[in-house]
Design a protein around this ligand. Structure first.
Ligand SMILES: Cc1cc2nc3c(=O)[nH]c(=O)nc-3n(C[C@H](O)[C@H](O)[C@H](O)COP(=O)(O)OP(=O)(O)OC[C@H]3O[C@@H](n4cnc5c(N)ncnc54)[C@H](O)[C@@H]3O)c2cc1C
Length: 460
């Protein structure tokens, strides 16, 4: 079967990869001149990479890890020590850690929480532990039911002291969905906590050893093309063309650089676009269907990725850091964490700015100035001494609509990969799958879409 796929993010590429494995022929059409969508990266004039987002891979990503294995590139994941490191705002320049000992789950998670005495008191830890019992005992069913509450509401319901939210969960909800605990659905945090507590290495983190476009997306493309599939860049879908029954008869691809538009036909069509551009492109007649109406309730959240190159080393920490500062979410010194970006003498910080709604329309200069101000608290002795670190250059990448904003109630509106249109499927991190809007979710959704296509085909 020939399958046309709109979008070469991880979901579109994963869908194409699994279709080729089942003997089908995918043609992936990507709007931009770069692979990867939200994991896309670019090289600047000096040969330095900058990325759409600072990306972390977790032990609790079975489908992603399986994909690395199938591509034979497991050695590209640089696993870090099993710990979570938080900045201490009240003691600038210091850190607090949750160290996971080498014990089975959930014991290692419980020990990590109990072993941290800087951030939570014993009564707070106990209250929080009691609150988590239903999620651990009843599992995902309970976690899904909690989608009616924000995480702040859930904490109140469980009588968990507000300090627990302030100390730990502002940082975690900003890291998971780029919004604060009073906005994020309880399901998101509870899903992550459940995975982290139930799988021994669930919260173990890895960095890719280079840019995601070259080190992850390109091997998927090679796998697809070696088996007869195609991946085309600079191929924006302009319109879904319909037949009289309302099914797809072709993708109209916009011709760029003076080339004429092209109509691409296939047996099956897949949208691997994010939900926001998909909504703009949906044919009028499809909006009458309840399945598509639910998409109105999903919308991408803004986020900004800041890259700062310094003339000296700011830290030797080889890990992700939770900044716990007002403007920033997580960050890492990529000169320590990533083989291809390594530099023993100079730091390159990659920092996620979230929530970004008030910053997305500001200039890069304003964003960098505000980020540097926060760095004075994170690295006081590097910025406040008589030889302060000097910023050499920066890149700011804004994503006005990134992953869908996971506010309470959104789970009900995440569509399945199978649509009511017989030859049209959806894939993407926002579609329904048991992982969140993440790289793992995108890869899993691609696999589910490929399986759904193959199984419908075998029924015909
Ligand atoms: C700042 C940031 C940090 C993140 N950190 C993490 C992390 O640490 N861990 C993690 O697991 N996840 C993280 N994520 C989330 C992760 O990147 C996404 O969930 C995942 O990459 C989404 O993949 P996707 O294929 O569903 O969508 P996308 O990557 O958005 O792919 C959709 C593709 O469709 C293309 N497209 C759109 N319109 C058209 C059209 N008309 N024609 C053709 N193509 C079109 C787009 O150009 C894009 O390439 C982060 C995201 C961001 C932005």
């Amino acid at each position: 079967m020939r399958v046309a796929i709109a979008g070469a993010g991880l979901a579109g590429l994963s869908c194409a990869k699994y279709l080729t494995d089942m003997g089908h022929t995918p043609i992936v059409l990507e709007r931009r001149d770069v692979l990867g969508g939200k994991v896309a990266a670019w090289k600047d004039a000096d040969g330095d990479w900058y990325e759409t987002g600072l990306h972390i891979f977790f032990g609790a990503y079975p489908n992603m890890l399986q994909l690395f294995g199938e591509l034979g590139i497991e050695d590209r994941l640089q696993w870090k020590e099993h710990t979570m490191i938080f900045n201490q705002p009240e003691a600038p320049g210091t850190y607090s850690r949750f160290d996971f000992p080498d014990l089975p789950a959930p014991l290692n998670g419980v020990m990590a929480i109990l072993g941290n005495n800087d951030m939570l008191t014993w009564p707070e830890k106990i209250q929080f532990g009691i609150g988590l019992i239903p999620a651990m005992v009843q599992g995902q069913k309970y976690v899904e039911e909690m989608d009616k509450y924000s995480f702040s509401e859930w904490l109140k319901l469980k009588k968990i002291p507000h300090r627990v939210e302030k100390e730990v969960f502002i940082a975690m909800s900003k890291a998971l969905n780029f919004i604060n605990p009073e906005e994020i659905s309880a399901t998101i945090l509870l899903t992550a906590l459940n995975r982290f507590l139930q799988e021994k290495n669930g919260s173990k983190m890895a960095f890719l050893d280079g840019s995601p476009t070259e080190r992850l997306c390109q091997p998927i493309v090679d796998h697809i093309t070696d088996r007869g599939g195609e991946v085309r860049l600079n191929a924006p879908i302009k319109e879904f063309l319909l037949d009289e029954q309302g099914a797809v008869r072709g993708f109209e691809v916009r011709g760029i650089e003076g080339k004429p538009d092209e109509i691409l036909t296939a047996d099956i069509y897949v949208s691997a676009m994010p939900v926001d551009p998909l909504k703009v492109m949906l044919p009028k007649s499809w909006w009458e269907l309840e399945y598509f109406q639910q998409l109105k309730e999903l919308e991408g959240v803004p986020v900004i990725n800041v890259h700062l190159w310094f003339d000296c080393k700011l830290t030797d920490i080889d890990h992700l850091l939770f900044s716990r500062s007002p403007l920033l979410s997580v960050y890492a010194d990529m000169s320590n964490t990533c083989r291809e970006y390594a530099n023993p003498d100079r730091s390159m910080l990659e920092l996620v700015l979230a929530p970004a709604k008030d910053w997305i329309s500001k200039s890069d200069d304003e964003i960098v100035t505000a980020t540097l101000k926060e760095l004075e608290n994170l690295f006081p002795d590097r910025f406040c001494g008589n030889k302060p670190a000097k910023l050499i250059k920066y890149h700011v990448v804004k994503t006005p609509r990134s992953v869908y904003k996971a506010t309470p109630g959104r789970q009900n509106y995440r569509p399945s990969q199978i649509t009511p249109i017989p030859n049209f499927y959806l894939t993407g991190d926002y579609t329904m799958q048991r992982y969140l809007a993440s790289m793992e979710g995108a890869v899993l959704s691609g696999k589910l879409t490929a399986q759904a296509i193959a199984s419908r085909q075998s029924q015909n």
